[in-house]
Design a protein around this ligand. Structure first.
Ligand SMILES: [Fe+2]
Length: 491
């Protein structure tokens, strides 16, 4: 444990100055069981400082799990609150209210893509965090019960620049590194990932929400590196690739899930964490998030553990509403034409891994159909409704797929919360392409549609999504950076 002998006045992470003592609490939903919300509270402490106990309605809870990094330690306290009435806790003389009544009317927030590939840490925080600020205002008006972070919680791409062995990633990957070299690389990368999480978790608007709304997160590629899993085996399976994945995974467990290997909370399908798929549910609501990265390869989106989990979910008794959180959109336009065209245009093959990341890639056609059939099965019971929620594309859009029993599968896409959109011309090309539709299951055509109140299929504004249940009925509303909240879409 490398602790600072003399604490400097301000901790710096990539030019961002951080609060002098503690960052947090950051709340993570461990599980929902027996009408209780089981919550992990994380606090990042500088140097040797130890956070005070967290005071809950049941009494004090000490922070006990400490994981050390060069300049800070991460502490965790686990506690439970009733899931059918509001609750609160007190930490460091501040009271934090939780809207944890999940029984009737409730509000969920969904975000994705919290960063950018290059220079994210050097952006003007005011400009960068404008949508986080909107979510804070929303929460103050009507609080959210849960915050779903659906992928790219950090953009770690530049972390590989921190070490000579990984600086050429993923194109120039040395293949003959010693164990010692890889151990040193691991330490550097682990610090790099952790610094990024801490810098983001210290942002005031994010921190405000994270202390009051438990998060549920599922990772996507940038939480590891751009295109992880869709890159050639020569990179992914090399010692350097595996070291990069190990550092990303360890820090994702700590910062996104409040745990380490060996103490994964019960919401995960695989206690070993080889696959990080999870689900939580109440009598009337299920949140289901397959892990589309841990087992991904050039030819597979998920491994046997992930598929087994999805098969079990499709056979389990279905609650009224399932939100299926697919980090990359489950419904999308026909991408095989672009993929084919790309093979013929020299110089743009580097975008191939972006396309291969998608369910709609022609390589993954069989897996896509398998997943759509599982979703159909989940929606088969008369009372069951299922909605897909995704991020990843830095645009807002929505899709529909008619299910066999007169129900509609809605696909809601909200991305990014801080990532800026691509040029409008790209969104229009995508929109034109999407007009042709797609029907991987011949009896269930997919249609991409504009958001309520928007003309074009793809909206080029930063955004977040709210999911609201009123009198038992769910509706979705996008918060758009320039256009404001959309009219609600009934689900
Ligand atoms: Fe992203």
């Amino acid at each position: 444990m490398a602790l600072l002998a003399h604490t400097p006045p301000t901790l710096m992470c990539h030019g961002m100055s951080l609060p002098p003592h503690f960052i947090g609490p950051i709340l993570i939903l461990d599980d929902l069981k027996s009408e209780q919300m089981h919550i992990a509270a994380l606090v990042v402490a500088r140097g040797t400082q130890v956070p005070k106990a967290l005071l809950t309605e049941q009494g004090p809870v000490e922070f006990e799990k400490s994981i050390s990094f060069a300049q800070f330690s991460v502490w965790r306290a686990r506690f439970s609150v009733s899931a059918n009435r509001p609750a609160y806790y007190v930490w460091n003389d501040t009271r934090y209210d939780l809207a944890c009544d999940l029984g009737d009317d409730m509000r969920l927030a969904y975000v994705s893509c919290n960063g950018e590939e290059h220079g994210d840490m050097d952006r003007d925080p005011q400009e960068r965090n404008v949508m986080w600020n909107r979510l804070v205002q929303q929460h103050r008006n009507a609080p959210f019960s849960l915050l779903i972070q659906g992928g790219d919680q950090i953009y770690a791409d530049e972390v590989t620049d921190n070490h000579p062995l990984s600086v050429g990633w993923p194109l120039d990957v040395p293949q003959d590194c010693s164990e010692q070299e890889l151990a040193a690389l691991f330490d550097t990368l682990r610090e790099g990932f952790a610094e990024r999480y801490v810098a983001l978790y210290a942002q005031p608007d994010f921190a405000y929400l994270a202390a009051r709304v438990p998060s549920l997160m599922q990772w996507d590629d940038h939480d590891i590196c751009d295109g992880w899993g869709s890159l050639p085996d020569q990179a992914t399976k090399s010692g350097i690739g595996q070291t990069l994945f190990a550092a990303a995974r360890e820090t994702a467990l700590i910062f996104q899930h409040g745990c380490t290997d060996g103490d994964l909370p019960a919401r995960f399908c695989d206690p070993s964490g080889t696959d990080l798929s999870w689900h939580v549910e109440t009598d009337s609501l299920r949140l289901l998030a397959p892990d589309l990265r841990s087992q991904r390869s050039m030819t597979e989106i998920m491994g046997p553990t992930g598929w087994q989990f999805m098969e079990e979910m499709a056979s389990a008794p279905a609650p009224q509403r399932t939100f299926f959180i697919s980090s990359v959109p489950l419904l999308g336009p026909r991408l095989s034409w672009i993929e084919r065209a790309m093979r013929r245009i020299p110089g743009i093959q580097k975008y191939e891994d972006d396309l291969r990341d998608q369910w709609q890639s022609r390589t993954h056609r069989a897996a896509w159909c398998r997943m759509l059939r599982l979703v159909q099965k989940m929606a088969a019971p008369p009372q069951a409704q299922i909605t897909a929620v995704s991020g990843e594309i830095h645009l807002a859009t929505r899709g529909e797929m008619q299910l066999s029993n007169d129900k509609m599968l809605h696909q809601l896409v909200a991305s990014g919360i801080t990532h800026r959109p691509p040029p409008k011309v790209w969104a229009r090309i995508l929109g034109t392409l999407a007009a042709f539709g797609e029907d991987p299951l011949p009896e269930s055509p997919i249609t991409i549609r504009p958001l309520p109140g928007q003309r074009h299929r793809y909206t080029t504004e930063r955004n977040a999504l709210t999911l609201v249940r009123t009198d038992g009925k769910w509706a979705a509303q996008w918060l758009l950076e320039h256009s404001g909240p959309t009219p609600p879409l009934s689900l």
